[in-house]
Design a protein around this ligand. Structure first.
Ligand code: HEM
Length: 487
């Protein structure tokens, strides 16, 4: 009896919550999807683990292909695996959905999560720091920090390494501290605490996404997880705060030459803007720095780690990569130049194929404020569209033998045959990844310099079929074990 009363009350409250959303409800009926529980959401996505969440998205995408729905409380998410939908949505709608709200206590209102109106202003402000000329000037820093990484890997050669992201993330962090923060990494003694804090934040972020009870403020605020969350959000902000203070001091001491490439770097540029104009407040500069430090380091670190695991599983591809690197660079000791990087075509294809299988952000989402006609459905205004990049990248209708690691899928004539949104590791449209060029260039330097000097062998996972994911905010390969050997 009690169960019936509870179900009745839940349905009643659910209807009240949906009051004014009848259009959403009406259009949602036509869209298939797994069973949902009133007030709570789609049953199969409740309380899954980090790995389970992404596996469930893939499983349901196969079952209800190509379009299905998820309820989280009274919010409708339409999951579409159609590249045409991805193109329409990503080029038309700029507002992010509520699943990004859990970022707020970590970095509030930065370009990653901001509403379209403030996003436009801040993205325009930050864009100049990511132009080609500025990015090209980072080559020396990329080489320097990759050399340090190669030295560490050479010293540990022959011994088994677990989860090499712990090394690659340190390198990407040092890269970003210098290139975007204009700071000498060694000045920040405890800088690697940022990695610990960011990892824990990512873990808690995912738990808040799939454990529905944390959506209730009272439960969340009184949970031990919320206290842990507050602690690590605070710790994650220490490094960006210190970086900002150093740049503010340099700016006040007039250390920046006007219009120089150094002055155009992300942090000096924003400090200048906040000091000389009211385009951005100092508080907002900090929020943008926290985001940039996280978005700009974990994604590239996870991608390089994944690429090394895949090369270890596929030695013949590693040999082909090594041959290209030696033929372009000419020796096992020469550092790459900008021209060399342009000629490393196979290296680029290896990175692209890695991001196909392990896209750093496996799902992205937009809130739509107009109806979208997507035959045979209407995606109603006020709902959210979820684009599972991970499944778009593995759809067997587009990618034959999807689990196979095959960089030649990205040969120009093969790429031409696919829809432009069947492969979107950096998203698509004006709100795509601002760090795309930065990421591609730094990752090419990484991969070329590591494989130039070391051979990698993967112990676990032994085959591509055994690869498993671990979903923090960024997707990683789970439980990898590799061995590096000097060439
Ligand atoms: C393998 C490397 C990377 C991948 C796969 C990647 C992927 C993405 C994706 C898919 C988005 C869109 C997110 C969404 O729509 O919700 C995004 C946004 C963003 N990325 Fe990246 N990213 C990478 C590296 C970087 C780097 C190196 C930086 C900075 C140096 C960066 C900074 C950002 C920022 C700030 C945004 C928000 C942009 C906006 O909304 O205007 N990312 N990234």
């Amino acid at each position: 009896m009690l169960v019936f009363v509870l179900i009745f009350v839940a349905l009643f409250v659910f209807t009240i919550l949906l009051y004014g959303k009848w259009q959403i409800l009406f259009h949602s009926f036509k869209i298939p999807g797994p069973a949902a529980v009133p007030l709570v959401g789609t049953f199969s996505l409740i309380n899954v683990s980090k790995k389970g969440f992404i596996n469930e998205i893939i499983k349901q995408s196969k079952t209800y292909y190509p379009v299905w729905k998820v309820w989280t409380g009274s919010e409708l998410y339409i999951v579409t695996n159609r590249p045409t939908d991805a193109e329409t949505v990503l080029s038309t709608f700029l507002d992010k959905s509520n699943i990004y709200k859990n970022f707020d206590e970590y970095s509030k209102g930065s370009i990653l999560t901001a509403e379209a109106s403030s996003w436009k202003v801040n993205r325009k402000l930050i864009n100049p720091s990511f132009n080609l000329q500025v990015i090209n000037s980072f080559l020396d820093a990329y080489i320097r920090y990759t050399t340090e990484l190669v030295d560490i890997l050479e010293k540990t050669a022959g011994t088994e390494q677990t989860d090499i992201i712990k090394y690659t993330w340190r390198t990407t962090l040092d890269n970003v501290i210098e290139t975007l923060g204009d700071s000498e990494p060694s000045l920040h003694k405890n800088r690697y605490d940022f990695i610990v804090a960011a990892s824990i934040f990512g873990d808690i972020f995912m738990q808040r996404t799939y454990k529905f009870w944390y959506r209730l403020h009272l439960i969340w605020k009184n949970s031990s997880l919320s206290k842990k969350h507050a602690k690590y959000c605070e710790e994650g902000r220490n490094l960006p705060k210190n970086m900002l203070t150093l740049v503010e001091e340099s700016y006040e001491a007039k250390k920046y030459e006007s219009n120089s490439l150094r002055e155009k770097r992300f942090l000096p540029h924003l400090v200048k803007m906040s000091s000389e104009t009211d385009a951005i407040s100092p508080g907002q500069v900090l929020e943008e720095t926290v985001t940039m430090l996280h978005a700009g380091t974990e994604s590239t670190a996870a991608t390089i780690a994944a690429a090394l695991v895949f090369l270890g599983i596929n030695p013949e591809i590693q040999d082909e990569l090594y041959d290209e690197i030696i033929s372009v660079l000419g020796s096992t000791t020469k550092n790459p130049t900008l021209e060399d990087l342009n000629r490393l075509e196979f290296t680029e294809r290896v990175l692209k194929e890695t991001m196909r299988l392990v896209p750093a952000l496996p799902v992205i989402s937009r809130r739509i404020n107009n109806d979208v006609k997507a035959d045979p459905y209407v995606y109603p205004a006020g709902s959210n569209i979820l684009i599972p990049i991970i499944y778009l990248h593995q759809d067997p209708a587009v990618w034959p033998d999807p689990k196979k690691f095959d960089p030649d899928r990205f040969l120009p004539d093969v790429s031409e045959t696919r829809h432009r949104c069947s492969y979107i590791p950096f998203s698509y449209g004006v709100r795509n990844c601002i760090g795309l060029r930065y990421a591609m260039m730094s990752m090419k330097v990484f991969l070329a310099m590591i494989i130039q000097k070391l051979r990698v062998r993967t112990v676990e996972p032994a085959t591509m079929d055994e690869v498993q994911w671990q979903h923090f905010i960024v997707l990683r390969i789970k439980n990898s074990r590799v061995v590096f050997e000097k060439r």
